[in-house]
Ligand binder design. Structure first.
Ligand code: P6P
Length: 332
């Protein structure tokens, strides 16, 4: 139901998806099936992630991806697993992935959905056993089913997302997602192979005292960012920066906090990717009563111009982001 009524903690993801089916009176269950396909891939990647050290599949793969970064084997595996699960699931017609230069056209004439995905974000943390995550956005294709995929299908503003979420491979593995009717978190029990509802109807605290930013680039920040971070220090806030966006976002979502990736000399448009990182988290933030902006506008209103375009990202508790924006405005 749309009241966001807290569901009985402990229900399985499958039962939850089925129970929420009524949120989509006209849907014939394709989105539900797509969410199940993503959960399946998450279980497989979770197993690979947990075995990475043992199977010695960590370490560079020797290739580089479109980002020019060393490709970790787990990055490659996660990308393959999600593409395979989405392709087999039959609901998806196109995929934009951080690991792929171009759009993947699945040549699925009946698939209604487009998925933008970062299969494994935080790859530099894979070999040092720090939490990593998958981030995904789901859109309905715009051009008619069966026709060739067009760029308008894959370059939609975040406001057009029909669903979004992340998988956090951390001390426990969680799937957190929204279909526009609130944010719900599921924790994976590997001995049963099931995700169980553990965080129903997540609401972000309106304020917080945690800030997440890479202080190593402080000398490159514009004045507004410097002034806001100085305020955080004057207030005695805690600095928490893991180097994995999903982990920092998740902690800030539950405890209250702000994450900032500002423009830097190396990344004048910020480092994070609009299509498969910022948009998904921005929808989750909004659904949980928090805010996501690029410093000027709501992330969800940005009209993408290229698949891998970057954006500055300021995301977290409403009051913290509003205060940060006041400082950013002053510098003009
Ligand atoms: P930096 C990881 O590569 C990532 O995309 C995010 O998960 C993380 O928050 C950020 O980049 C870290 O970037 O420049 O601070 O090392």
């Amino acid at each position: 139901d749309q009241t966001g009524m807290a569901y009985s903690v402990g229900t399985t993801l499958d039962r939850f998806i089925k129970s929420k089916q009524s949120d989509f009176p006209f849907a014939s269950g394709e989105l539900s099936q797509l969410l199940r396909d993503i959960a399946l891939a998450a279980k497989i990647v979770n197993r690979e992630t947990n075995r990475a050290g043992l199977a010695n599949i960590g370490g560079a793969f020797g290739q580089t991806n479109v980002q020019g970064e060393e490709q970790q084997k787990l990055d490659v595996i996660a990308n393959i697993r999600f593409i395979r699960a989405l392709s087999k699931g039959g609901e998806v017609c196109a995929i934009v992935s951080e690991e792929e230069d171009a759009v993947i056209d699945l040549h699925n004439t009946s698939g209604k959905y487009v998925v933008a995905i970062d299969p494994l974000d935080g790859s530099s943390n894979i070999d040092v056993n720090i939490s990593i995550g998958t981030i995904f956005s789901i859109y309905r294709r715009i051009t008619p089913a069966g026709s060739p995929i067009q760029m308008e299908d894959v370059m939609q503003p975040g406001s057009k997302q029909v669903a979004a979420g992340y998988v956090l491979y951390g001390s426990s593995t969680m799937l957190v997602y929204t279909t526009g009717f609130g944010v719900n978190g599921f924790t994976y029990e590997s001995s049963l192979g099931e995700f169980f509802l553990s965080h129903p109807n997540i609401q972000a605290p309106k304020d917080g005292n945690i800030y997440s930013i890479n202080e190593g680039s402080e000398l490159e920040w514009n004045k507004g960012v410097q002034d806001y971070i100085r305020l955080c220090k004057e207030k005695g806030y805690s600095a928490r920066y893991i180097g994995s966006l999903v982990a920092d976002f998740h902690r800030n979502l539950l405890k209250g906090g702000i994450y900032i990736y500002p423009p830097t000399q190396k990344n004048p448009n910020g480092k994070l990717r609009l299509l498969y990182e910022a948009n998904a988290l921005a929808l989750l933030a909004e659904q949980a009563g928090a805010i996501a902006t690029d410093g000027k506008q709501n992330i969800l209103s940005i009209q993408p111009e290229s698949l891998h375009q970057r954006t500055p990202l300021i995301i977290g508790s409403e009051k913290m982001v509003q205060t940060a924006m006041e400082y950013f405005a002053e510098e003009k």
